[in-house]
Every structure is written in C-alpha cells, then in structure tokens.
Ligand binder design. Structure first.
Ligand SMILES: Nc1ncnc2c1ncn2[C@@H]1O[C@H](COP(=O)(O)OP(=O)(O)O)[C@@H](O)[C@H]1O
Ligand SMILES: [Mg+2]
Length: 307
C-alpha cells in the first residue's frame, strides 16, 4: 500500500520540485516502486525528468476535470520503477474549473484509490499556492513534506501553511501528518543559514531532518538536461545529500557518529602508516640532498612554460 506524500510550501523557489524529483529518483533506485505526480501547472517536475511538457496530450488535468482513467496518463521515465503523472500549463484552468465540481477537494484522492497497491510511495509536487490543487494533494496524502529554503524570509508564511494543513486535517483528511521539514539551499558561508536552521528547528521542533541540502550549482543545472542529480552528476555533494535524505526519510540506519569517528580514526592511522613507509623508502633511495625550492622567478618561468 503506497504512502502518499505531498511536497508542499506555498512559496515558490524553495526546492519542492527539486526535492520531489530527487527523492523520487533515490527511492526508485533503492528498489521502491514510485509514482511522482506533477500537480503544478508550471510542469517543472515533468520537464525536470526529461519529458517535454508541450508534447503531452493527457495530463493530470484530464484526471481531475474529465475523470480520465489515471493509468491512461501515466508515463515511464529514465529511471525504472519511477512513473510520472505529467502536467503542463493546461492545468492552470483546473484551479478555476474545480470550484464548481462536486467533491472538488477529493478528485485526486479518488483517482489514486485503484493505484495504491501498485506503488510503495506516491509523491505529489504541489504548486506554489494553497488553492484547490494543493488542497487536492493534501486530501489525497498521508503526510506533508515541507521544503524550506535557508533564506531571510524562510519562516514567513509557514504559519499559514501549518493552518492550512490543520484545516485539511480537521475537515477533509483526519489522518494527515507532517512528514518532516527539509532545509534546502544552505550556504554555510553565511551566518544567516545557521540562524535560519535554528529558527526553523524551534518552529518545527523534532520535525526537521538532520540532512540539510546545500546550495549547489549542479542541482540548478540538472533540470535543464532533464535529469535527476543521480544521472546528471552522481558524485556531486548534492547527489550525496539527496541520497542521505532519502535514507533518513526511509529510516535506514545511517552509521552512528561514534562508528564513523572510529572509521575516520582508522583511516587516518592507515594513511599515516602508508606515509611513514613512503618517507622511509624515499629517504633510503635519496643519497644526495635535493636542490632547494626554486626562486620566485624560476617558479614563474615554470608556470609559464607548463601552460
Ligand atoms: N540546493 C540547490 N542548490 C542550487 N539550486 C537549487 C537548489 N535547489 C533548487 N535549486 C534551483 O532553484 C530553483 C527553484 O527550485 P525548485 O525546486 O523549482 O523550487 P519550487 O518547486 O519550490 O518552486 C530551480 O531553478 C532549482 O533548479
Ligand atoms: Mg516547483
């Protein structure tokens, strides 16, 4: 039975889509069956996974408004185990059209009923608003994942978001929980990042993930190539952090701090042993003292000639 998680924050540009794409990818790579639902008319999760949103004939719009069979809009992606409900600008109309529809808050939930056994996780990438599309996501979800950008206005609007979650919980979906809060785009060179992290931890006590996603240019580049970070640059720090975050969300036990310190100590010890050996070998081989370091102009000459 799938766990349904809505990625939600009414602010734009906080990392909802980036987190949706990369969490979905790492979950799929860990063997889970994943459906990612793009319910934002901007269609960034769709294009970020390499699907041309202008070519899509059937999108989540048709499920919400025309009661289309959800399986008819489902498409595969470059990652096996990761399916997508695509979206594009047509969905803009849905926000208005849904207003007059009977059971308008439950359209997505109803559409997903027959799919819950086919997936382990269903992730919903919400638009930057608290309108009917987001309400549909919150109504269909078991939990809400809130990405928060480490910036000056990070906390602004969070009260409103929490109120909306509580209203949905009271009136539409009593089982809805806050899954957790993910801090994104951290830049540890600034004092602000640390301050924001502390403030968010105070506001959402116990709900903030230990993993913090750093600001990283590779993450910003990847959607332009239609690739999750795991395919675009799997060695980047951003890739490692999204993988760590996925493990944290799954509750996969990470190496304890004590274990990892022990491992680091052992590695340092092994490295020093190798260095000591290399130095003693070199000392035995060098009979004559080597020349001193080159003078400044010699160094410049060396640099110039090596270019
Ligand atoms: N950790 C990061 N480092 C650098 N750029 C990022 C990072 N996370 C997201 N971005 C970029 O910031 C922009 C907004 O992110 P996005 O995930 O689309 O936010 P949202 O879905 O909340 O609007 C995008 O251009 C994205 O590529
Ligand atoms: Mg987005």
């Amino acid at each position: 039975m799938a766990k349904v998680i809505a990625l939600c924050n009414q602010k734009g540009g906080v990392g909802k889509t980036t987190t949706a794409i990369n969490l979905a990818t790492y979950l799929a790579l860990s063997g889970k069956r994943i459906l990612l639902i793009d319910i934002d008319p901007q269609g960034n999760a769709t294009s970020g996974l390499g699907v041309n949103k202008h070519d899509i004939k059937h999108s989540i719009y048709h499920v919400l408004i025309d009661d289309a069979d959800p399986r008819s809009i489902m498409i595969g992606t470059q990652i096996s185990n990761l399916s997508l409900f695509p979206s594009n600008l047509n969905l803009t109309g849905a926000e208005v059209e849904l207003v007059s529809v009977l059971g308008r808050e439950h359209k997505l939930k109803k559409a997903l009923t027959g799919l819950l056994n086919d997936f382990d996780f269903i992730l919903i990438d919400c638009p930057p608003s608290l309108g009917l599309l987001t309400i549909n996501a919150l109504s269909a979800a078991n939990s809400v994942l809130i990405p928060i950008q480490c910036e000056y206005y990070a906390l602004e609007g969070l009260g409103q978001l929490v109120n909306t979650v509580n209203l949905v919980k009271e009136n539409i979906n009593p089982a809805l929980e806050i899954e957790g809060v993910l801090l994104t785009m951290a830049d540890y060179r600034t004092k602000l990042t640390t301050e924001v992290i502390n403030e968010v931890k105070k506001f959402f006590s116990g709900k903030v993930y230990d993993t913090v996603i750093p600001r990283n240019i590779r993450l910003a580049e990847a959607p332009g190539f239609g690739k999750p970070i795991a395919l675009y640059d799997k060695a980047s720090i951003a890739a490692r952090k999204y993988e760590d975050f996925t493990n944290e969300l799954l509750g996969v036990k990470k190496e304890s701090i004590a274990d990892s310190s022990l491992r680091v100590a052992e590695e340092v010890e092994a490295a020093s042993e190798a260095t000591r050996e290399a130095i003693s070998n070199a000392e035995n081989e060098i009979a004559e003292p080597v020349a001193g370091p080159p003078k400044a102009d010699e160094t410049i000459g060396l640099r110039a000639s090596s270019q």
